[in-house]
Design a protein around this ligand. Structure first.
Ligand code: PGA
Length: 256
């Protein structure tokens, strides 16, 4: 991570876990543990129905609340969907876009991800854009092509000035929820490739300002080594974000 140019961000992705009551209890448990984070921004990306409880429980703290998805249209006949302005008005600051579970299970394509990125930015939300290769793609040695394509399409039509208002999370699909973490070298290499791609598209200044997270079985044991990489500026944490002591240890590692 390189704090001189960009933010370090540790974000929890709770996925489809915790009812509003449980969310409040978990945030209250987490609050004293992560409240002192000075050098990194902490974000909790919670289910839609938990946003209100999470916002209340983090009032007057520096912990930001994020959502895990949004729909790109501003309003209309889209039963079951939630717009960017609905989230922004509630006080949500971040939104995960294009998580591999949404790409695999709910049809989020690269083009849809791009539309969601624009919807988020236009509403003043910071999108956390997830990219990552499957095991087959890594084994066929096409990781670089896959990542470059995902990044380029996700960022179509975005301006150089908007790059510092978004986050890219590199999440190899084979490492998510599997307990298999990418090695520091693998994660570092892809995060460097992401920054190089953004530099090609938007120039050196924009590339320097971009926060790039690693995600995929990040935990209290491997966080410090991953975060020591020059091009890894934080983490997107699934399983370990539901365990207060583990999440605290990751936030502490980012605060070193
Ligand atoms: P994990 O999930 O930390 O449980 O692997 C990460 C993610 O899906 O964002």
């Amino acid at each position: 991570m390189n704090r001189r140019y960009r933010k370090t961000i540790i974000a929890g992705n709770w996925k489809m876990n915790k009812t509003p009551k449980e969310a409040r209890a978990l945030v209250e448990e987490l609050r004293p543990l992560i409240a002192k984070a000075k050098w990194c921004t902490t974000v909790l990306c919670v289910p839609f129905v938990d946003i209100s409880a999470a916002l209340k429980a983090t009032r007057a703290t520096k912990i930001a609340i994020g959502a895990q998805n949004l729909y790109y249209e501003p309003a209309g006949a889209y039963t079951g969907e939630v717009s960017a302005s609905m989230l922004a008005e509630m006080g949500v600051k971040y939104v995960i876009v294009g998580h591999s579970e949404r790409r695999a299970l709910f049809g989020d394509t690269d083009v849809i991800v791009n539309k969601k990125v624009h919807a988020a930015l236009n509403a003043g939300l910071k999108p956390i854009i997830c990219v990552g290769e499957s095991l087959e793609e890594r084994e066929q040695d096409v990781t670089a092509e896959v990542i470059r394509k995902q990044v380029k399409i996700a960022l179509m039509g975005v301006t150089a000035d908007q790059i510092r208002k978004l986050v890219i999370a590199y999440e190899p699909i084979w490492a998510i929820g599997t307990g298999k973490t990418a090695t520091v070298e693998q994660a570092g290499a892809v995060c460097t490739l992401i920054r190089d791609t953004v530099r090609e598209l938007f120039g050196a200044r924009a590339a320097r300002s971009l926060t790039i997270q690693y995600g995929g079985s990040m935990n209290e044991k491997n966080a410090a080594a991953l975060l020591a990489e020059l091009n890894i500026d934080g983490g997107l944490i699934g399983g370990a974000s539901l365990k207060p002591e583990s999440f605290k240890a990751i936030v502490d590692a980012a605060n070193q």
